[in-house]
Design a protein around this ligand. Structure first.
Ligand SMILES: C[S@@+](CC[C@H](N)C(=O)[O-])C[C@H]1O[C@@H](n2cnc3c(N)ncnc32)[C@H](O)[C@@H]1O
Length: 250
């Protein structure tokens, strides 16, 4: 039997253990991803930033770097997350106390670009970020955003290929036409352990990621990054593009 999204112990997710495992010591591959995403968003907005841009990070979990990469462009930025411990983690990061210093090395990469250098990230994060408990698989296109990120979510919440494709479709369906996006995937992941708990993953490669996105994206760029950060996967895949006007049939 395949582990579906609803079967995994999301209420037991430990955000601090997750940060210790993945982000407390910044990995070269994450810093590379931040740089590629920064340059992608800067390129998309090179002609000017529209008024009142609203951004979303779906399945934000205990990772602030996708949200940080959207800071200069957004008037409002929503972090959607399903697991209650991660919702609490994110609410604390967005509180007046300011986010943890663990995220500073990621901002250091962002602020090397002129579009980011004048942003004061902690106060801006506290001002524009809101956190909401929501299920990716319930996004039905009625609410849409102007820029979006989804990092290690559609591939890392279920073993089921149908839920992977649906997760990507729900994310892309939540973006307005022309919206810049970035999405990241673990390549060929067999699942992951956080503390005492195992979480499911769907094995995807560059071809499957491309297939899942191409009906929804213009200017799709896929970076197949061969960095292995732990046993049980074969690298990371970063997809960059803009939401197309085509509505794909899945
Ligand atoms: C591997 S983590 C990725 C977290 C973070 N985005 C990152 O880049 O490290 C998967 C995340 O998806 C969240 N999640 C699981 N099921 C979800 C669902 N149905 N809708 C939204 N988020 C979900 C988990 O709680 C977790 O935060």
């Amino acid at each position: 039997m395949m582990d579906r999204n609803a079967d995994a112990p999301w209420s037991k997710f430990d955000p601090e253990a997750y940060v210790d495992l993945n982000y407390r010591t910044p990995l070269e591959v994450d810093l590379l991803i931040v740089r590629l995403m920064r340059d992608h968003f800067s390129g998309c907005f090179a002609g000017g930033v529209p008024a009142a841009v609203r951004g979303v990070d779906v399945g934000a979990g205990a990772n602030l770097y996708p949200a940080l990469s959207m800071l200069p462009w957004c008037e409002k930025l929503l972090l959607l997350e399903y697991a209650r411990p991660n919702v609490e983690y994110l609410e604390k990061q967005a509180s007046p106390a300011g986010y943890d210093t663990v995220w500073d090395p990621f901002w250091d990469v962002l602020r090397d670009h002129p579009a980011y250098e004048r942003v004061e990230p902690r106060s801006r994060f506290g001002d524009i970020v809101r956190v909401e408990r929501a299920n990716l698989l319930d996004l039905d296109g009625r609410r849409r955003w102007d820029i979006g990120t989804m990092f290690f979510v559609a591939d890392s919440i279920s073993e089921c290929p149908e839920e992977f494709r649906r997760g990507v479709a729900c994310f892309m369906g939540a973006l307005n036409e022309g919206a810049p996006f970035a999405a990241a995937f673990m390549k060929e992941s067999v699942g992951y352990r956080i503390g005492e708990h195992h979480y499911p993953a769907c094995r995807v490669d560059e071809r499957r990621v491309r297939e899942s996105l191409e009906g929804y994206a213009d200017g799709l760029e896929i970076h197949d990054l061969h960095h292995v950060v732990r046993p049980g996967h074969e690298g990371m895949i970063l997809a960059l593009g803009r939401r197309s006007s085509e509505i794909a049939t899945t």
